[in-house]
Design a protein around this ligand. Sequence first.
Ligand code: AMP
Length: 180
Amino acid sequence: MSKENLLKHLRNIPDYPMKGIQFKDVTSWFMNPDDLREIADTMYEMYKDKGITKVCGIESRGFIVGAILAEKLGAGFVPVRKPGKLPYEKVSMEYKKEYGFDRLEMHIDSITKDDVVLIHDDLLATGGTAKASCELVSRFKPKKIMACFIIELTNLKARCSFPEGIEVSSMIEMDEFENL
Ligand code: AMP
């Protein structure tokens, strides 16, 4: 399936959750078996030879393809969660959002120095969430960190500000106003 075909099925919600945001509703892909398989298979092809041992999915839309990808790659799945959701001892990282601050948490034993880690979220927008996740994962000092997204909103130029040494890839690069 081509990018064009996938984009035909992607629902865009203008001004959600606030005015000015063109919200890409990836649930419109996840509910379609052919689209879900296409996304999982394409991501698997991108990472099958990279020696990934852990996939870290960012709450919450990053859990869906993140978990499928982990299973296909023969890797473990680790959730990167919002505050107060994880039951065991945690490491956490506060980061700045457009308005105020937020926090991400991971279990202290979720990554080891021998791991090759793939961080996954559905969409890369300003990059605040993904970069905070990279910093949090880097505290575990794994062998390597990569980050992948289904969609990258290229007009927001988040990719160039990732920490050095982190390989960033996305399946579909698009302008947030494309295809409206
Ligand atoms: P950011 O930290 O700005 O890169 O935002 C990334 C997170 O917010 C991801 O988990 C996305 O699910 C969500 N997000 C941000 N902007 C959008 C958008 N335009 N459409 C859909 N999801 C978005």
